[in-house]
Design a protein around this ligand. Structure first.
Ligand code: B12
Ligand code: SF4
Ligand code: SF4
Length: 414
């Protein structure tokens, strides 16, 4: 925990508008809302005189990159394999904010991704660490695994010195990025970032990134995990930030079977729950398409009948990568012929290229848009594995009200 002044980050007044003007925020329109307040804490709350920035360690217990080789499992970003940090940090901020407000007799406001605040530059100004070339705040003590929150105070608190940049000539994070998301050091084009694509982006994932996503189903740790400053980092000790073992390597076959209720139960209390079942299923199907696993192909085939068109579209892509032509043609007859959604029909066209020979299977109705059927050797895949997902398991849902109710009256959460 460190303290800075609200006017300690003057550069963000230029840098945030430049980032937005370059459209590096993609479809995160909420980054444009109240951008003047986000870029300048003195506009957000003119009465504030001090900003307390809190960093919480969410360090992993094992190398997050090891999971990327386990193609039959989904890779979840380290920070999300545990209880939602918003809830944990918010609780701590309210406790501390209540104390500060009581001691100073002046009001405070607590923020953790809940208002337009740029937490990383404020954290650097307060001396918690520095923004690395990957733009994330890292520290010599905790490496890359700090999660941040802030308290704005009207009281004039003594401030800490800012931290300086210790990246030097290193560029490991820039070179490690699978999607080449850094147009320059210290700048991120979110539209290319797997964290954006798998968490924030609604709709189909652009085809150029699908292979590169590999088995990452929620977020990405690559640029953080390769940083040499992690050598001093430790696994999260705070019990509420402890990682859930069942989120370390969840089998894709089981994730692909989650219906809405099963999804909500399994991901209860984690940040993944807010992303929603359909978007996660879409990501799971991209990972299945990248698995090269014929057992998983059957899971993708089952999702061709999913009610959500984005899920169906991702299922078509996965089937196109895993099934031989003839089986794909049969699946098209069963599901694609009657497909009403334009995007899913487009996925079918790409998955099932025009044949250079007459169709090898019989079909009662012609395929849409003048396409023929696929040809190829039929290789029936083995039957799907039995369902074994812990449908009744998982953490009990957190009650946001529980933390709201405990807020001292002089602490405003925005
Ligand atoms: C939007 C957002 C995202 C977006 C965009 C990320 C981004 N870099 O902006 C997406 C969805 C991609 C994302 C991904 C992730 N996020 Co995020 N995200 C945010 C959020 C809500 C806002 C960040 C923001 O203000 N971006 C706007 C840009 C313009 O700001 P900036 O990154 O600070 O940009 C600076 C540089 O570009 C620099 N700059 C520009 N030009 C130049 C030129 C020079 C010469 C120099 C030196 C610098 C420089 O100045 C800018 C201003 O400081 C914050 C929470 C918050 N309220 O702050 C969390 C937050 C940044 N995310 C967080 C995390 C953990 C992640 C992930 C690691 C999650 C994961 N594992 O998948 C990834 C990391 C990806 C990455 N390399 O950044 C944490 C980071 C904690 C930390 N230690 O820093 C935060 C703070 C949430 C939290 N409360 O803890 N995130
Ligand atoms: S989180 Fe992954 S995709 Fe995003 S910038 Fe870092 S390495 Fe690249
Ligand atoms: S990997 Fe290297 S360049 Fe990137 S944040 Fe770490 S020290 Fe800086």
């Amino acid at each position: 925990m460190r303290v800075t002044r609200p006017d300690a980050v003057p550069l963000t007044r230029e840098r945030l508008p430049a980032w937005l003007a370059a459209e590096h925020h993609g479809s995160m329109d909420w980054m444009e809302d109240r951008a003047d307040q986000r870029a300048d804490p003195t506009v957000l709350w003119p009465e504030a005189r001090s900003v307390v920035v809190l960093g919480m360690n969410a360090g992993p217990e094992a190398d997050p990159l090891a999971l990327l080789a386990q193609k039959e499992c989904g890779a979840i970003a380290t920070y999300a394999q545990r209880r939602d940090y918003h809830e944990v940090i918010k609780g701590k901020l309210k406790e501390l904010g209540g104390f500060l407000s009581a001691r100073s007799g002046r009001p405070v406001k607590v923020f953790c991704d809940t208002a337009p605040v740029m937490e990383k530059p404020l954290a650097q100004a307060a001396g918690l660490g520095w923004q690395g070339k990957h733009t994330v705040l890292l520290s010599r003590e905790h490496g890359n695994w700090l999660m941040l929150g802030a308290i704005f105070c009207v009281a004039d608190l003594p401030v800490d010195p800012p931290e300086t940049d210790h990246c030097g000539s290193c560029r490991r994070c820039l070179d490690a990025c699978p999607t080449d998301a850094f147009p320059a050091p210290y700048r991120l084009d979110a539209r290319r970032c797997i964290a954006y694509l798998t968490i924030e982006h609604a709709g189909p994932i652009p085809s150029e990134y699908r292979e590169k996503i590999g088995n990452r189903i929620f977020g990405c740790d690559d640029c953080l995990a390769v940083c040499p400053w992690n050598k001093f980092a430790q696994a999260a000790r705070e019990f509420r930030m402890a990682a859930r073992a069942d989120l370390a390597a969840p089998p894709l076959a089981e994730l692909a079977r989650l219906d809405e209720a099963g999804f909500r139960r399994f991901f209860a209390g984690t940040p993944i729950k807010r992303t929603g079942r359909d978007r996660i299923l879409r990501n799971v199907l991209i990972a299945i398409g990248n698995s090269g696993d014929s057992l998983l192909a059957e899971e993708a085939a089952r999702c061709l009948a999913d009610p959500d068109p984005v899920v169906r579209g991702a299922a078509v892509w996965a089937c196109g990568r895993l099934f031989p032509q003839a089986r794909l043609a049969a699946l098209f007859d069963a599901h694609g012929q009657a497909e009403a959604d334009a995007h899913v029909r487009a996925e079918w066209r790409l998955a099932r290229p025009l044949p250079d020979a007459p169709p090898a299977h019989s079909s009662s109705s012609p395929p849409p848009c003048g396409e023929g059927s696929g040809v190829g050797v039929v290789q029936e895949a083995p039957p799907p594995p039995p369902p074994s997902f812990p449908q009744g398991g998982g953490e009990p849902a957190l009650s946001p009200e529980a933390t709201e109710a405990s807020a001292p009256r002089s602490v405003t959460e925005t």
